[in-house]
Write a protein that binds this ligand. Sequence first.
Ligand code: PGA
Length: 255
Amino acid sequence: MDKAKRNAVIAGNWKMNMTPAETEAFMKELAPKVADVKSAKVVLCVPFVDIAAAVAATKGTNIGIGAENVHMEEKGAYTGEISGKMLTACGVQYVIVGHSERRQYFGETDGTVNARAKAALANGLTAIICVGETLTEREQGVTFETVSRQTKIALLGVEKEQMKNVIIAYEPVWAIGTGRTATAEQAEEVCAAIRGVIASVYDTETAEATTIQYGGSMNAKNAAELLAQKDIDGGLIGGASLKPDDFTVIVKAAD
Ligand code: PGA
């Protein structure tokens, strides 16, 4: 499939930033700037407490709202957690699963990422599943093994029909929040390998239809070159998604 036929998705990841009032102001500023975007999908994944403000402020716009995590169970005694059912009830359409900060600081494993991804899909959410190697893994030459293992386990039990609601975000851990972006060649090489893994798990058609994002210090300056790569269909943007003007430049580069 031609890259142009895949969904280009630019998703912001706000991490632990912004209050509801700041969220409302941000969305009101961003909406007119991206109103004329045609092919790219614009998504902002926000902290749970900002979801209501984000959904209300983007009503009737082309901005979709996502969460940053989802629990694997629908309800129950899981203090501090939020289920997929709760998210969809609040108007959330996307959710980030398995971000490296969750893996690093909150004990997420390939197994929990898989369980959360399946819960997201079962609730009709689009799961943005993050994979990526650490600096040590890159230096030791096991980038492809790492990313392949993470992708395969994240997709365990995910049906082929559900893949239309899966986005894979390739985020080399050493590039996140460091200002040290992967080169376009490095990013393309791994995104192409991920597409190969999806083809081996499902089939070529499914792999060709899957949106694969790059994330890790993507910004207004480097976005166009990264997004021009054959297998990079979008971006997961941290720092630059907190600035409406920078985020707009990235969205337009994908459009
Ligand atoms: P960054 O974060 O753009 O600030 O590097 C990306 C991410 O963590 O998703």
